[in-house]
Design a protein around this ligand. Structure first.
Ligand code: ATP
Ligand code: MG
Length: 273
């Protein structure tokens, strides 16, 4: 069975077609890296899968059903963070707040809830962090708790929206390794968005690259090519491979580290592709 199916899906936000006739299938148990420049639609795609943003045309099916809000089989780690950082809440209480939060229809009873919180803290190796006040934790430590929160209720599909932002290279590698182990040990389907491809190279089965409303889904070798990326960015790009790393260049600029200015991308309609 496919975990995710988009058939001719368009999503409009603020009068702009963020996704334009996207068709794709992601198999159950796949690890897919979701890439693309700022504003390409990575978050929008995840929110559409969650049923939080409707498609203006086409159909989205998730785990065999039409996308709908409040699906307890999906774990979501949102990109916008920082909520609760001013509170004296312990890490444990913060993770527990998702147990009876909006995602799960039926809250767990007290003892089961505590066991579930301990289970997910164990999965992300954060038992010790759970005992500390949230306000004391570093950005990266808090991110670990957010990942724990996304794992509540044993989701079959995990949508991780930029789980590596704020992390140094060492913790970036451990976030990827953690997601990979959830895929291999629990069979979870994973969408993992990022601004840089290289940390994902050893983990991702395929990549979904977004740009100017379009999507390209395939292996790294199929998608990370000058011709595919030039079409998605709407500007001439080269792909350079060096010591097992891949760089996407616009002239002498590395577009993942020095993004193409927004006006270069936004000035063009998605229909130009
Ligand atoms: N609620 C909204 N109303 C209007 N436009 C929106 C809304 N949410 C997002 N957009 C626009 O949709 C486009 C896609 O945004 P999205 O957040 O999906 O991009 P992204 O790929 O996740 O970018 P980033 O890498 O910056 O996180 C952007 O141009 C954004 O300004
Ligand atoms: Mg985003």
């Amino acid at each position: 069975m496919n975990a995710i199916e988009f058939h001719d899906v368009s999503v409009r936000l603020g009068g702009r077609e963020v996704l334009n006739l996207v068709t794709l299938e992601i198999a159950t148990g796949e690890f897919v890296g979701v890439l693309g420049p700022n504003g390409a639609g990575k978050t929008t795609l995840m929110r559409a899968i969650l049923g939080l943003i409707p498609a203006s045309r086409g159909t989205i099916r998730v785990l065999g059903r039409p996308a709908a809000r409040g699906n307890p089989a999906i774990g979501y780690m949102p990109q916008v963070r920082g909520a609760g950082s001013h509170l004296r809440l312990s890490g444990c209480d913060f993770v527990a707040s998702a147990v009876d939060g909006h995602r799960i229809g039926k809250p767990f009873p007290g003892k089961t809830a505590r066991a579930e919180v301990n289970r997910v803290l164990g999965l992300v190796g954060a038992m010790e962090l759970g005992r500390r006040p949230l306000a004391e934790l570093s950005g990266g430590e808090r991110q670990r708790l957010l990942l724990a929160q996304a794992l509540i209720g044993r989701p079959q599909l995990l949508l991780l929206d930029e789980p590596m932002s704020n992390l140094d290279p060492h913790f970036q590698a451990s976030a990827v390794a953690l997601a990979k182990s959830l895929q291999t040990e629990l069979g979870v389907t994973i969408l993992f968005s990022a601004h840089e491809l290289n940390p994902l190279l050893g983990a991702t089965d395929r990549v979904l690259y977004l740009g100017r409303g379009r999507a390209a889904l395939g292996t790294v070798d199929e998608v990370i090519t000058g011709s595919v990326l030039s079409r998605l960015y709407g500007t001439e790009l080269d792909v350079i491979r060096l010591n097992g790393r891949i760089f996407v260049m616009a002239g002498s600029r590395d577009v993942e580290h020095e993004p193409v200015p927004a006006h270069d991308l936004l000035g063009m309609s998605p229909h130009d592709a």
